[in-house]
Every structure is written in structure tokens, then in C-alpha cells.
Design a protein around this ligand. Structure first.
Ligand code: UDP
Length: 369
């Protein structure tokens, strides 16, 4: 009899399993895919660690989480500084003095602040949705060129129907600082995320290609507790209705060029380009500079956002009112499941970053063991 059956080898599952193992518990980890690491999974192609389910950049202000992940990997000094491409015009992200200078020709922080102040006046009172929040943060010009198209492609919804908090993830700075994140610590594990998760799972029994929901009775009979990291609505057989998720599809290409776009991430912020961003994976790794003597090839992924359909991998919970209230109903059911711990982006239906996922796994773990 196992103490824990952990369903899912993503970050939540891997951290929980590691902690349980270190407390002397007997743990079995299963995953329905044929690889570990969930959506952090990286695979080596042409000597490059390719983020197969989209760019993952670890960033955190949480010292405990940072110390924890550093036990399993050495992190490089990658700093995310995506570039926005709006019909061939390039802008720095996140919104900072480089962006404001390109957009308006302003030179000083005072001029930039005045321009934003002038444009935000159209929003009176507390912003009610993402559009109003964006305009009140950076003004209409930036909203139209750098936010509206990207956001509506990513979420498949009008900015007027999306919650304001999504855009608050992005910093707005009156300094020349292209670092996307306001985080004390940031980087990418040397050798890729798969290697990091492999280390977390070292010495723990793992079975791949096993779907918990297809054979629940069997799995429930071999463990005292279940740690479930899949979609919460699927766990309850969609009995209250299906939650919505966004799905991401990638078109990957290996190109015979050393340097395709000169940056890891280029966002296409217009409405016409059908993909949201293009990732050039080699730039996540330290020591490559785009010169002739680098790796001769490159791997790129164009990222397309779509509504999730049954049978596909869900990526992002959709944060609107309908889904939020439906989730609360499922959460009430989950709270009654004494033998099941629900955790991670899909089971908690939260737009969690990796560090929040690790923190949540450490916390839930401490709460139960
Ligand atoms: N966003 C935007 N333009 C950009 C990049 C981001 O408007 O060029 C907005 C968009 O609403 C998006 C949100 O910021 O949903 C969060 O973006 P982030 O890059 O944090 O999303 P993730 O990397 O988690 O997909």
C-alpha cells in the first residue's frame, strides 16, 4: 500500500512527491503522458533544449522557493526581455522608457508620465475590465498597439470581458529596464526542466502512460491518499458542467540559420498575425551570441492560442466570472474528498506561475504530512 499516489509529474506533483519521499513515505507517481515534467517538459533538438509546451522562465521573489529549486538545478542568468512586433514596428517589453520613447518620442520619465496621464483620463473610476485597466495603466496608444491584439488572440475573448488582473501581471516602469519580471530571482535550469524534474523524482517510483481517471478504482485501492493535479472538473466527471481552458498549439521548425530573430521571445501584438508569439529556444541558454561560430541551426516555435476541446492538453484556466463561480462549486466538492489533495494550475484552476506552484506544493505538503 502506497502512502501517496501522485497523479501528474508536473511541478506540483514532483515537488509533493519529493517532500513525501523525504519524510519517509512510500510514493508512486503516475502520468498519462509518456514523459515527466508536465508542461515544463524540455527536449533536446539540434543541441538546443526545446520548451515543448511553451516558454517557461522561472522567476520568483520567494526565497524559500528559490532555495528549493536550486537543490535540483543550476539556474542560468537568463532574463526575459520579449520584444513586441506590431506590423513590423518593434517595441520593448514590458512597458518602460524604451517603449514610451519609441511610441511617443518622449525622452524623460516626466514626459512619459505626462503622456500616460493625458491618455488615462478617459477612464473614470475603478477599471472594470482588462481594457479599462490597460488604458488606465499605459494609455490608449499602447493598449491599441501592444495589448489589445495580443490579449484577444491569447484569450479568444474581447478585452472588455476579461478581468483586469491579467494585465496587472505586467510591470509598467519609468526606467530603461527591459526585464519582463519584477522578481529578485530569475533563470532557466541548465540542461532543461526535464533534468530538474528528473532530480526531484530521483528514487521515486514513476509510471508513465497511466491515466488515473480511466482506472480510478484500481489506483484508489493501492494508495492511502491521492494527490491529483489534473483538471478539477474532469475529476468530478464534469458533473456540474465543464470549466473552460485555453489550449496552446505549437508549430515547430528547425531552421538552417544560426540566428532567426535575435531574441528568445517575439510577441506579435497585432490582430492579423494568427500566432501570438515566436519562440527561438536557443536564446534561453547562456553562452550563445548569434555569431557565426554558434550552433549552425536553430529551433523556433510559433504559438497559437485556441479554445480547449476535450482530448487536448489544457494550458490556461479562463478567468472570467462564469468559470470562477463554477470552480468554487467544484472546490466545495473537492473539500469533501478526504483522501484527495488537489494541487497545481489545473486542479486549483489558477493562473499560477511556476514559483506559485512550487510554493503551493510545499505548503499543501506541510499541511498534511
Ligand atoms: N500582454 C499583452 N501584450 C504582450 C504581452 C502580454 O497585452 O505583448 C498581456 C496579455 O493580456 C497577457 C498578459 O499580458 O494575457 C499576461 O502575459 P504573460 O506574458 O504574463 O502571459 P504568459 O507568459 O503567462 O502566457
Amino acid at each position: 500500500m502506497y502512502d501517496y499516489l501522485v497523479v501528474g509529474t508536473g511541478l506540483f506533483g514532483a515537488v509533493f512527491a519529493r517532500q513525501a519521499k523525504e519524510k519517509g513515505k512510500l510514493v508512486l507517481v503516475i502520468d498519462k503522458r509518456n514523459h515527466i515534467a508536465g508542461n515544463c517538459y524540455t527536449e533536446k533538438i539540434e543541441g538546443i533544449n526545446v520548451h515543448k509546451y511553451g516558454a517557461h522562465i522561472f522567476h520568483t521573489n520567494n526565497q524559500e522557493v528559490w532555495n528549493y529549486v536550486n537543490r535540483f538545478a543550476t539556474f542560468n542568468r537568463y532574463t526575459n526581455s520579449p520584444v513586441a512586433n506590431y506590423h513590423g514596428e518593434l517595441f520593448s517589453l514590458p512597458f518602460n522608457m524604451y517603449t514610451f520613447n519609441k511610441m511617443w518620442g518622449v525622452v524623460t520619465p516626466r514626459e512619459a508620465a505626462a503622456k500616460i496621464e493625458e491618455q488615462r483620463k478617459e477612464i473614470a473610476g475603478e477599471p472594470k475590465n482588462l481594457e479599462e485597466q490597460a488604458i488606465s495603466l499605459v494609455g490608449r496608444d499602447i493598449y491599441e498597439k501592444l495589448i489589445k491584439g495580443y490579449t484577444e488572440k491569447q484569450w479568444g475573448r474581447d478585452c472588455k470581458t476579461l478581468p483586469a488582473f491579467i494585465i496587472k501581471r505586467l510591470p509598467v516602469r519609468l526606467t530603461f529596464d527591459n526585464n519582463y519580471y519584477n522578481a529578485l530571482y530569475q533563470g532557466i535550469p541548465v540542461g532543461g526542466y526535464t533534468k530538474m524534474v528528473e532530480k526531484m523524482l530521483a528514487g521515486i517510483e514513476v509510471k508513465l502512460g497511466e491515466d488515473y481517471l480511466e482506472n480510478r478504482e484500481h489506483w484508489n485501492s493501492i494508495a492511502r491518499k491521492i494527490v491529483y493535479t489534473g483538471p478539477i472538473d474532469a475529476f468530478f466527471d464534469y458533473s456540474l458542467g465543464a470549466l473552460e481552458y485555453r489550449n496552446v498549439r505549437f508549430e515547430n521548425e528547425i531552421l538552417d540559420t544560426a540566428n532567426f530573430q535575435g531574441n528568445a521571445v517575439i510577441n506579435y501584438t497585432d490582430c492579423e498575425t494568427p500566432w501570438t508569439r515566436t519562440i527561438e529556444h536557443k536564446w534561453f541558454e547562456f553562452g550563445k551570441d548569434g555569431n557565426e561560430n554558434d550552433l549552425p541551426k536553430t529551433v523556433i516555435s510559433r504559438e497559437f492560442s485556441a479554445e480547449w476541446k476535450p482530448g487536448e492538453e489544457p494550458y490556461y484556466p479562463v478567468n472570467d466570472e462564469r468559470n470562477a463561480s463554477l470552480y468554487l462549486k467544484y472546490k466545495a466538492l473537492a473539500d469533501k474528498e478526504e483522501h484527495v489533495i488537489f494541487g497545481g494550475r489545473l486542479a486549483e484552476y489558477k493562473y499560477h506561475d511556476m514559483d506559485a506552484t512550487v510554493a503551493s506544493a510545499l505548503k499543501k505538503h506541510n499541511g498534511v504530512i
